[in-house]
Design a protein around this ligand. Structure first.
Ligand code: AP5
Length: 235
């Protein structure tokens, strides 16, 4: 069964971390507008040039640009490929655009999984984040270190990098953008009965287990939105 799910949550909630797990475990494809925009910045495309200053400031790139990227990326996938939207939609206009993008491609939105987190923990998560410069595998100074010091678990590279927008000041702006523009789209999906809330403060493996439980019941009604409890911890 083909699934189309949204991982929703503020910066640092663990959307990317969990999306990569779902790719590995289920062959789903992660559609991260943040990753697409960073690739455009790196390649110096017109979209990248336009997006760079906005991203560095922690503000939102235009709805037209990100919805265009999502449509293009979906067109490159087979209709039988299950997808995880990570960091999209982020505004009511994007949520509306996504409905059209999906229906034009014979898809429908199955689930919205909201990762619920305490804002105070997010600055710590984001400022401690780094990734492999070669393969992009994600790590954290305290919560997810490479198994062998300074060596990527996945590709063995010794080079790592940090995102330019992962500083405290920009993170605070990103959180304010989330509160003002993204959190308000949740009720749209709650009204459709497709939202499940997951405790994103639990360790990474336990958040993953909670999401697995949701996927295992995919196709069943989840209204009213339940809370999947997972023990608290630091991953
Ligand atoms: P984007 O790349 O989407 O960034 P974000 O939403 O701010 O999300 P992050 O990637 O920071 O967090 P995440 O939830 O993926 O957390 P992660 O798993 O890495 O967007 C960047 C920018 O692009 C935006 O500011 C905007 O300018 C632009 N943009 C993108 N999409 C857009 C759109 N649709 N519209 C307009 N503009 C757009 O985890 C964080 C860290 O915590 C990691 O180190 C991880 O190891 C650790 N961690 C994860 N889970 C746990 C856990 N359970 N316990 C302990 N540590 C954990």
């Amino acid at each position: 069964m083909t699934l189309n799910i949204i991982l929703l949550g503020p910066p640092g909630a663990g959307k990317g971390t969990q999306a990569v797990r779902l790719e590995d475990e289920h062959g789903m494809v992660q559609l991260s507008t943040g990753d697409m925009l960073r690739a455009a910045v790196k390649a110096g495309t017109p979209i990248g040039v336009q997006a760079k200053a906005v991203m560095d400031a922690g503000e939102l790139v235009s709805d037209e640009i990100v919805s265009g990227l999502i449509g293009e990326r979906l067109d490159q996938l087979g209709s039988d490929v299950s997808v995880i939207f990570d960091g999209y939609p982020r505004t009511a206009a994007q949520a509306q655009a996504l409905d059209g993008i999906l229906s034009a491609r014979g898809r429908k939105l199955d689930h919205v999984i909201e990762l619920q987190v305490e804002e105070d923990a997010l600055v710590d998560r984001i400022t401690g984040r780094f990734s492999c410069a070669k393969c992009g595998a994600g790590y954290h100074d305290r919560y997810k270190l490479p198994k062998v010091e300074d060596t990527c678990d996945v590709c063995g590279s010794h080079e790592f990098k940090r995102r330019p927008d992962d500083n405290e000041e920009t993170v605070r702006t990103r959180m304010a953008e989330y509160r003002a523009k993204t959190a308000p789209i949740l009720p749209i999906y709650e009204a459709r009965g497709i939202v499940t809330h997951v405790d994103g403060m639990a360790p990474i493996d336990e958040v993953n287990d909670a999401i697995e439980t949701i996927l295992a019941t995919a196709g069943q009604s989840v209204h009213p939105a339940p809370v999947i409890e997972a023990p608290r911890g630091t991953g």
